[in-house]
Ligand binder design. Structure first.
Ligand SMILES: [Fe+2]
Length: 152
């Protein structure tokens, strides 16, 4: 059984954003099973950086399309997440083998808190605005298509 499961109570009302959040749960599960290996931790950090770049941009795009007024404050939380991950990544890369167990633990703690505070409380604030709204789905899908195009 996984360390953590995504449950319907975590839904923010839009499948695309829920899928992104499920990816975060997968990273948390990988960290929870990692026995302090530097290589596995590096993979998680890489996934998180991509996650932060892509998911936050998409989520902000959706919020903007739906006229979410608390967007500036929300963006600050996203920036803080990115800064925290970068800081941990920097400490890890200074001495990967020795630092891996401690950084793995710190990252896992940070992500668990992020999930309970940011996704379950802060993200939930936009749920009424995006749920069952065609413009929200269009914004999420357009962003995805643009991102895929950029990657190719
Ligand atoms: Fe968010």
């Amino acid at each position: 059984m996984a360390f953590m499961e995504w449950t319907p109570e975590m839904s923010v009302g839009l499948a695309e954003l829920d899928d992104d959040h499920k990816m975060l749960v997968r990273v948390i599960n990988q960290l929870a099973t990692n026995t302090g290996q530097a290589g596995a931790l590096r993979q998680c950090i890489f996934a998180l950086m991509r996650y932060a770049e892509f998911h936050f941009a998409r989520e902000e795009h959706v919020m903007q399309a739906c006229g979410f007024t608390a967007l500036p404050e929300h963006k600050l939380e996203h920036e803080d997440f990115t800064a925290q991950i970068q800081a941990l990544a920097k400490r890890f890369e200074e001495d990967p083998e020795a630092a891996a167990p401690e950084i793995n633990e710190k990252l896992l703690d940070y992500l668990k808190n992020w999930l309970t505070h940011h996704i379950l409380i802060v993200d939930m604030a936009y749920r009424p605005l995006v749920e069952d709204k065609p413009e929200a789905r269009r914004a999420a899908q357009a962003f995805k298509a643009a991102e895929l195009w950029r990657a190719n």
